[in-house]
Design a protein around this ligand. Structure first.
Ligand code: AMP
Ligand code: GLY
Length: 434
């Protein structure tokens, strides 16, 4: 199967490793890819957002499947352009990608289809926004969200009225360009956050989905959920204390209404939807949709899937997903991010990395090769991923990786999955305080 993979990060390297290990023989092309992905296939000198260039390449080279990793090309209409060439694409068209590309569009969708979520107001006018903030009755922090894509930096949890007003002004003045000219003001939710990925295959004639195991990401840079937010410092899944009935509740209250809603609204969806969920005292609430796989959740999910992944994604792309569940390896998978010195601020680039050959999986996120050596070339540099019979043993198995990879200034969290492990060991459920 000739596959074109769009993107260059850890998510894409994890996908590439899984595709190349599949029973189906794969010839891999990546755009732009990375030096690590280049060890598995051919990298094309085309940016992920270069819709015209990618479409021209695909029209000539006819990949059997294109997998679009990041959100920006989805929002920019890459899937539409490739589908118009009669090509199979795993990734949503631009209309559906607005679920991630516009938070107010997503919120309207949730409200229209009865999906539980935080109370909110959409604001484009400063005076209107100031009036809402000064009469705010939903408690603090006030959650302010830039409407459009802001590279994961467009959400602020303001703990005081002054901070909320200052953030509102800065957003509306264009801190993130057009993306923050509309701002969503949202009530805070308190509880346990989880990442729910669903393969969806929806068009005018059918609406099918299959849920992947629920994962948990860790957004803060430091152990104990301290310090600034990042793109995600590590993840694990499945969540050991989530029972079948809890997964059923997620399906019935969040996933099924979403899939029905897509069809009712005439939206086509052939790819993955990633639901950011907060499970609070009264049940699961939807925080947001992403129209793509999560990073580092993908690094976990690829460890867990016991499927011929090229065929599974092709089924979705060709609108013939027809299964109740996916096959999984038993146990639990985990992935820990190794980040550069300075991340999430200015990461230090070009630092030589020492990598041994651990038995666990080393995924490259922000690396490049310089004179035959790997060096840091991004904030999140590498991921160590593995799976084992339980979350506790998966955490233990990672130790070997930490001993095998090193560079000066390397930072990582040592507590990925620890809070969930303690929660499970104490016999607590998702309904107990987190
Ligand atoms: P996002 O960039 O949209 O993924 O949001 C970043 C993070 O903000 C989420 O992962 C949550 O931890 C947090 N967040 C978003 N909305 C809310 C909310 N209504 N209440 C509490 N936390 C939130
Ligand atoms: N890990 C969170 C994200 O990919 O948005």
């Amino acid at each position: 199967m000739k596959i074109l993979l769009i993107g260059s990060g850890g998510r894409e390297h994890a996908l590439a490793l899984k595709l190349m290990a599949a029973p189906t023989p794969v010839k891999l092309f990546a755009a732009p890819g990375s030096d690590a992905i280049g060890d598995l296939g051919t990298c094309l000198p085309l940016a992920a957002e270069d819709v015209a260039g990618l479409t021209a390449w695909a029209a000539e080279n006819r990949p059997d499947l294109t997998i679009i990793g990041p959100e920006a090309p989805l929002v920019a209409g890459l899937a539409d352009a490739l589908s118009a060439q009669g090509l199979a694409v795993f990734g949503h068209d631009a209309a559906t990608a607005r679920l991630e590309g516009s938070k107010s569009f997503a919120k309207d969708f949730m409200k229209r289809h009865g999906i539980p979520c935080a109370a909110s107001a959409s604001v484009t006018d400063l005076h209107n926004g100031e009036a809402i903030i000064s009469t705010w009755t939903h408690g603090y922090p006030i959650v302010l969200k830039a409407d459009g894509l802001a590279a994961g930096k467009g959400v602020v949890l303001a703990t005081t009225q002054e901070e909320a007003l200052a953030t509102l002004r800065s957003f509306l003045e264009g801190q993130f360009g057009e993306a923050s000219k509309t701002v969503l003001l949202e009530a805070p939710l308190f509880g346990m956050e989880l990442s729910l990925h669903v393969l969806v295959d929806v068009d005018a004639n059918h609406a099918r989905f299959v849920m992947l195991p629920a994962c948990q990401d860790h957004k803060r840079i430091f152990d104990g959920d301290q310090g600034p937010n990042t793109g995600g410092m590590g993840a694990f899944g499945p969540i050991p204390f989530l029972k079948a009935e809890d997964i059923g509740q997620l399906r019935d209250e969040l996933v099924a209404p979403t899939v029905r809603g897509l069809r009712q609204d005439g939206l086509k969806a052939q790819g993955v939807l990633f639901l950011g969920v907060m499970w609070d005292a009264t049940g699961p609430k939807l925080l947001e949709y992403n129209c793509r796989f999560g990073d580092p959740e993908t690094q976990v999910l690829m460890q867990l899937l016991n499927e011929d992944v090229p065929q599974l994604l092709l089924e979705v792309a060709e609108g013939r997903l027809d299964r109740e569940r996916v096959k999984l390896h038993p146990g639990c998978a985990i992935s820990v991010v190794l980040a550069a010195e300075g991340y999430p601020g200015e990461p230090k680039q070009g630092v030589p990395i020492e990598v041994g050959t651990p038995a666990i999986t080393v995924i490259h996120a922000g690396t490049r090769k310089a004179e035959g050596r790997w060096v840091t070339a991004g904030g999140r540099v590498m991921n160590l991923s593995t799976h084992a019979g339980s979350l506790a043993s998966a955490r233990e198995r990672l130790q070997e990786g930490f001993e095998s990879v090193h560079w000066p200034g390397m930072q990582y969290r040592k507590d990925i999955g620890l809070r969930a492990l303690r929660h499970a060991e104490a016999g607590l459920t998702v309904r107990d305080p987190w």
